[in-house]
Ligand binder design. Structure first.
Ligand code: PMP
Length: 351
């Protein structure tokens, strides 16, 4: 090995879900929204001022910050925005997890957390979920360097009751607790109201799922003004212009159309509940999901076989072939028509 290689920051990167590109495919593998963004988004993008592209975007992303603050009745100073919640979360790891003590997150959770912790050399421990894939809150009642978990959790879809989330926050007032609410809009209960009560709570959300804008990369964090200031200090020490002009315009337009947002979320919830019944009838078992996906195992047929059979029909779901998740498939909720086709293909394969 050349000597320079000894100094390289070596990481095992996160593996994003596959992005196949077939015209007839049904894509249920990366928790995207099957419906288009709000109509106002298209209008805003069509009306973009080309000449303004010469100029840097607003580094404070004021219009988007303000729109999000208004939507949740917060002050602008309580909102931070970034390039998808991945950017917001990475920035939060860098800002808030800076202790010798381990950061705590579940053993089965969003698989980017340990990648960021490794990248930033943050020590961590991963308390195991119980046998039903539920977070055991007591595991987080001990000394640590910070806490993070998604609610609902991914890839399990399991939601923790807000009282239990609050108990974890209450037991950890000397560190930052991050609640990653990427999937909260599909029927979950947000911890956002708790930011007025706990100055150590950061709630992170995204426009990628419930607002159909995964391709635009918009995420945000809400918390105490002091937390947001610290986040901005780190952001401005890293890359001032994170949000481009198109993302800012699209984000503002998406926030404006709350009716469309509610309507598409409701359609997904309805289809999810229908899919649960159909999967149960086909011999699948799963914990109740409050997200836009279902994490399911079949009672006799191995997940890998089903995964391959679906793939042959150009239906893509996600399979995590390791440890306790080895026999599970994570199935994103598509349109009602897509899920009907998916169930028909499964029926045919499993009979
Ligand atoms: N948190 C969780 C739990 C997720 O599953 C995802 C999606 N991969 C993200 C955050 C990041 O989403 P985005 O960067 O698109 O906002």
């Amino acid at each position: 090995m050349s000597t320079w290689e000894e100094n390289v920051r070596k990481v095992i990167p996160y593996t994003p879900g596959e992005q196949p590109n077939q015209p007839d495919m049904i894509k249920l593998n990366t928790n995207e929204n099957p419906y288009p963004p709000a109509p106002g988004v298209e209008k805003a993008l069509k009306e973009m001022d080309m000449d303004a592209m010469r100029l840097y975007p607003d580094p404070a992303a004021y219009d988007l910050v303000h729109a999000i603050a208004q939507m949740y009745s917060l002050k602008d100073e309580q909102v931070f925005v970034g390039v998808g919640s991945d950017d917001v979360l990475a920035m939060s790891f860098l800002t808030f997890f800076n202790s010798e003590k381990p950061v705590l997150f579940p053993d089965i959770t969003y698989s980017f957390y340990d990648v960021w912790a490794d990248l930033f050399k943050i020590p961590y421990e991963r308390p195991a979920l119980d046998e039903n894939f539920h977070i055991k809150k007591e595991d987080y009642f001990r000394e640590n360097g910070g806490v993070i978990f998604p609610n609902p959790n991914a890839p399990t879809g399991v939601e923790m009751q807000l009282e239990d989330v609050e108990e974890i926050i209450r037991h950890n007032q000397d560190v930052i607790v991050i609640v990653d609410e990427a999937y909260v809009d599909f029927g979950g209960k947000s911890a956002l109201p708790l930011i007025e009560k706990y100055d150590n709570l950061l709630v992170v959300q995204t426009f990628s799922k419930s607002r159909s804008l995964a391709g635009m990369r918009i995420g945000f964090a809400c918390g105490n003004e002091k937390l947001i200031k610290y986040l901005n200090d780190v952001k401005y020490s890293f890359n001032s212009y994170t949000m481009d002009r198109t993302a800012l315009a699209a984000g503002v337009a998406a926030v404006k159309d709350q009716a469309y947002f509610q309507e598409t979320c409701n359609k997904i919830i309805e289809t999810r509940e229908w899919t649960k019944k159909e999967l149960k009838a086909l011999g699948f078992s799963f914990q109740d999901s409050m997200s836009n996906f279902i994490f399911a195992a079949h009672e006799t047929c191995p997940a890998e076989k089903i995964f391959e059979a679906l793939r042959e029909k150009h239906i893509y779901v996600r399979y995590f072939p390791k440890g306790r998740t080895n026999n599970f498939l994570r199935i994103t909720i598509g349109t009602q028509e897509e899920m009907q086709t998916f169930i028909n293909v499964l029926k045919d394969y499993l009979k």
